[in-house]
Design a protein around this ligand. Structure first.
Ligand code: HEM
Length: 503
C-alpha cells in the first residue's frame, strides 16, 4: 500500500526559503492578507481565517521548524481556530482540528471530501495516472468496486476458512522468524520482519510464497520499502511544481523500482494464472477476484493493468505492517516493564507452551493495547482529502478543490484528550479488562476512504509480537539510538538493530 504522510521536512522548507522566499522578502515583506475571520459568504457560511501569507510560498513557511509538520497544524488551530484556510504554494488547503470537525469531514460529509490531492509526484509514481493508486485516486465507481473486492480479503471474518488460513499463515511465519533469530546477537530485524510480512501477504492474497533467500523476492521487498519511504515524505514540490525538476532523478529511480516490482509480480506471482483461470470457478484469493472481474467484463470496467496496480498496492501493504512493527519494537526496547507485562499475559493465556496465535487476542487485552499505543504514538497522518464540491465544515465554507488536512496528530497526542500523551502507556486502552478505543482515536481515518488494511495490521502485529515476546526479551544494542521517528509510518532501511535474549 502506497501511503502519504503529507509532511514537508524542515530541510525542505529551509531550502525553499533560501532559494525562493528570501530574495522576494527583500523586495516586499508580506502580502497583506486582509481576509477577516468569520466574514460571511453569500451562502451565509462563515469564512475561515487565513494567516498572512508570503508571495509564492503562501503559508508553506508556517510548516517549517516542527519535528512533525502536523504539529504546525495544531499551532495554527490554537491561534486561528479549528478551521483554517491556507495557501501552500499554489495549492488551496484547509486545516481541520478537533474531533467533531474531523468526523464531519470523514463521515457526515464524507462524500464531499472523498477525493485525494493531485500532486504531480503521485501521477508520476503511478505510471502517469494517480487513479491507478488505491490510496491516491479520487472516488469513483472503480474505487468502490476495488474496495468492495478487497474487503473480503483484508477483513476476513472470524471462524471462516480465510480467517483460519490467515491464522495458520501468521503462526507459521512467526515460528520461522523465531527459528531464524540468534539469541544474544545483534539482530538486523527489519529484513527478517519484512520478509515474513511479505510472505503472509503473498500467501494470503496471491497463494504464493518464497524462500527467504530468493534473490528476486528480497529485491521486491527492498524496492517496496524504498518506494514506501519516498511516498511517505512530503516535498515542497507537491505545492510548488516548479521545483519538480529537483526530484527528477529520484522519481526516475522510483519508476525503475516500480517496473522491477511489476516484472517480479507478473512473472513470479501471477505466472499463467490470468490465462488459465476458469471464469465459472469461485475466486479463492484476491488474485482470482481481480482476474474474474476483468475476464468477465464486470461493471465497472477494470483493465488488467489497473488490476495489477491494485494488486501491487495491496502486496505493498506488507511494508506498512513491517515498518510499523519495527517502530513498535523500537518503543518496546526501552520499555522492559511493558515487555514483562506482555510476557506475563502470554504465560497466563497460553497453555502448554504452544505458540501464541491470533486466536488468543480476546484473552490478551494488554498485548492488543500495546499495538494501539504504538499506533497512537507514531501518529501517522490521515491521507489528505480533497473537497469534490463546495461544502462546509462547522459552518465554515470550504471551496471545491481544497486539499483538506485532518489533524489526527492532535487527536492522538493532545494533552486534553490523553493523560501523559508522550508516554508509552498501553493501560490507557484498557477498561474493565477489555480493550476500549476512545472515539477520538482515528489512526486509520474513517468513512468511505478509511484504511483497508487495519485488520491485517492488528492480526499480523499481534501474532508476530506475541510470538517474539513469548520466546525472547528485547534489549538494546550498545550505541544504538532508539528514537522512533513519529508522524509517518516509514522507517529508513538500515535502522534499529536489536538483541534478543531467550526467556
Ligand atoms: C499501522 C499501519 C497503517 C496505518 C496507521 C494506516 C492508516 C491509514 C490511513 C489514516 C488511511 C487514510 C484513511 C482516510 O483517508 O480516511 C489509510 C488508507 C489506506 N490504507 Fe492504511 N494504514 C496502515 C496499514 C495499511 C495496510 C497494511 C494496508 C494494506 C493491507 C493498508 C491499506 C490502505 C489503503 C488501500 C488505503 C486507501 C483507502 C482509500 O483511499 O480508499 N493500510 N491507511
Amino acid at each position: 500500500m502506497f501511503f502519504l504522510a503529507a509532511s514537508i521536512s524542515s530541510t525542505n522548507i529551509l531550502l525553499i526559503l533560501a532559494i525562493v522566499a528570501l530574495p522576494l522578502l527583500c523586495i516586499e515583506i508580506y502580502y497583506r492578507n486582509k481576509q477577516k475571520p468569520h466574514k460571511l459568504t453569500k451562502d451565509g457560511l462563515r469564512q475561515a481565517p487565513t494567516p498572512r501569507k508570503l508571495p509564492i510560498l503562501g503559508h508553506l513557511h508556517l510548516l517549517g521548524g516542527y519535528e512533525v509538520p502536523y504539529q504546525a497544524f495544531s499551532a495554527l488551530g490554537e491561534k486561528f481556530g479549528n478551521v483554517v484556510n491556507l495557501q501552500l504554494g499554489n495549492v488551496k488547503c484547509v486545516v481541520l482540528n478537533g474531533q467533531a470537525n474531523i468526523r464531519e469531514a470523514l463521515v457526515t460529509k464524507g462524500h464531499h471530501f472523498d477525493s485525494r490531492p493531485n500532486f504531480q509526484r503521485y501521477q508520476q509514481l503511478f505510471s502517469g495516472n494517480k487513479e491507478n493508486s488505491l490510496a491516491f485516486c479520487d472516488w469513483s465507481d472503480i474505487q468502490k468496486a476495488r474496495r468492495d473486492m478487497l474487503k473480503t480479503h483484508t477483513f476476513p471474518r472470524a471462524f471462516t476458512n480465510k480467517y483460519t488460513t490467515l491464522e495458520y499463515l501468521i503462526s507459521s511465519r512467526t515460528e520461522a522468524m523465531i527459528a531464524q533469530i540468534e539469541p544474544n546477537q545483534t539482530t538486523e530485524l527489519k529484513p527478517l520482519i519484512l520478509a515474513h510480512c511479505a510472505n503472509v501477504f503473498l500467501s494470503h492474497f496471491c497463494t504464493r510464497s518464497f524462500e527467504s533467500n530468493d534473490k528476486g523476492f528480497i529485491e521486491m521487498i527492498e524496492n517496496f520499502d524504498e518506494i514506501f519511504y519516498e511516498v511517505n515524505q512530503g516535498h515542497a514540490a507537491d505545492f510548488l511544481p516548479f521545483l519538480m525538476p529537483l526530484h527528477k532523478k529520484n522519481l526516475q529511480r522510483m519508476s525503475k523500482l516500480t517496473h522491477e516490482i511489476r516484472d517480479f509480480v507478473e512473472k513470479e506471482v501471477i505466472g499463467d494464472r490470468f490465462e488459465s483461470f476458469d471464469v465459472e470457478s469461485e475466486p479463492e484469493d484476491y488474485v482470482d477476484s481481480l482476474i474474474q472481474h476483468v475476464k468477465c467484463g464486470k461493471s465497472p470496467d477494470l483493465s488488467w493493468d489497473s488490476a495489477m496496480f491494485a494488486l501491487e498496492d495491496i502486496i505493498g501493504g506488507h511494508t506498512a505492517v513491517g515498518n510499523f512493527l519495527m517502530k513498535l519494537f523500537g518503543f518496546l526496547v526501552s520499555e522492559p516493564e511493558v515487555q514483562r507485562k506482555i510476557q506475563e499475559e502470554i504465560d497466563e493465556a497460553v497453555e502448554n507452551g504452544r505458540l501464541v496465535t491470533i486466536g488468543d487476542r480476546n484473552s490478551m487485552p494488554y498485548t492488543e493495547a500495546v499495538i494501539f499505543e504504538a499506533v497512537r504514538l507514531i501518529a501517522s497522518p490521515i491521507v489528505p482529502r480533497v473537497a469534490n464540491q463546495d461544502s462546509s465544515i462547522d459552518g465554515y465554507s470550504i471551496e471545491k478543490g481544497s486539499v483538506m488536512f485532518l489533524n489526527n496528530y492532535d487527536l492522538s497526542m493532545s494533552n486534553e484528550l490523553w493523560d501523559k500523551p508522550q508516554e508509552f502507556l498501553p493501560e490507557r486502552f484498557i477498561k474493565n479488562g477489555r480493550v476500549v478505543k476512545p472515539e477520538y482515536f482515528l489512526p486509520f481515518g474513517g468513512g468511505r476512504r478509511s484504511c483497508l488494511g487495519y485488520r491485517m495490521v492488528q492480526l499480523i502485529s499481534f501474532g508476530f509480537l506475541g510470538g517474539l515476546m513469548q520466546n525472547f526479551s528485547i534489549v538494546p544494542v550498545e550505541n544504538e539510538s532508539y528514537k522512533v521517528p513519529i508522524g509517518s509510518l516509514a522507517l529508513k532501511k538500515d535502522t534499529f538493530k536489536f538483541c534478543f535474549v531467550r526467556r
